[in-house]
Design a protein around this ligand. Structure first.
Ligand code: SF4
Length: 248
């Protein structure tokens, strides 16, 4: 994972149309950020905007700067949003389901673009997604979240091949397998996610967990170090569980 040098973070949202102002030309939208945050002169701003559009693969960048968002396809709009996000050289790019609103071929193009930009610019990317295929192809480190909390972290191989948390295992089991026979049924995680406004004591996954113990209902698990790079919050992996249970 790229080392985070500072705290500047840019954001790329799910739907590019809602990130762009439909009444403003693309070029002006990118230039606005450059002028406000980089303090560049008019000519430098124009040059940097052209470079950014070229960097994200928009052909005829100078002419396209005069177009409005509705004149771009969904994939091209997301490229513009990524260009805007990169405009101020962020240390971290937070991409929230950046390809969900796009069709499959365009998704692949945007992901290739993000990988390429990560190499070229050195910007670290935090990808928020439900798509485990995407995680496997993009991520180096993974944090699995349940009910608003991180329940397991590790290198991508540790999460996919040595997962410890029952929720992570449930997610992996519920994924369709490419070579499975047509009669193979998916194994869903039973139950529904908890209401975040009414979380009670104990592990938030307890109501759905096949390994639930008494301690799980009364005490939220504490993070346990599985390896130097792998942590899990589950009483199954915590040797203090019997003592905590006994103390009530
Ligand atoms: S702490 Fe208990 S309920 Fe929560 S995931 Fe682990 S075993 Fe399941």
């Amino acid at each position: 994972m790229q080392k985070i040098r500072g705290s500047e973070i840019s954001m790329v949202f799910q739907d590019p149309m809602t990130s762009l102002n439909p009444t403003m030309k693309i070029g002006k939208q990118i230039m606005e950020g450059l002028r406000k945050h980089q303090g560049l002169g008019k000519k430098e701003v124009f040059t940097k905007t052209t470079e950014l559009l070229e960097l994200v693969g928009i052909p005829n960048a100078v002419e396209r700067m005069a177009d409005f968002p509705h004149q771009f396809s969904g994939g091209m709009r997301q490229r513009v949003v990524i260009a805007m996000a990169l405009a101020c050289n962020p240390n971290v790019l937070l991409a929230d389901e950046p390809t969900t609103a796009l069709d499959v071929t365009i998704q692949a193009q945007i992901l290739d673009l993000m990988k390429d930009l990560q190499k070229k610019t050195g910007t670290a990317i935090i990808l928020i997604t439900h798509d485990l295929g995407l995680v496997a192809s993009m991520a180096q480190r993974v944090a699995v979240m349940y009910a608003g909390e991180i329940v397991e972290t590790g290198l991508v191989d540790e999460i996919f091949y040595e997962s410890k948390h029952p929720y992570t295992r449930g997610l992996l089991l519920s994924m369709p397998k490419l070579h499975a026979s047509r009669s193979t049924r998916l194994i869903p995680i039973p139950g529904t996610p908890p209401d975040l406004g009414r979380l009670s004591e104990g592990c938030p996954f307890a109501a759905r967990c096949p390994y639930v113990m008494k301690v799980c209902h009364n005490h939220n698990p504490i993070r346990t170090q599985v390896s130097k790079t792998h942590t899990v919050s589950c009483w199954l992996e915590d040797e203090r569980a019997p003592r905590v249970e006994w103390q009530g």
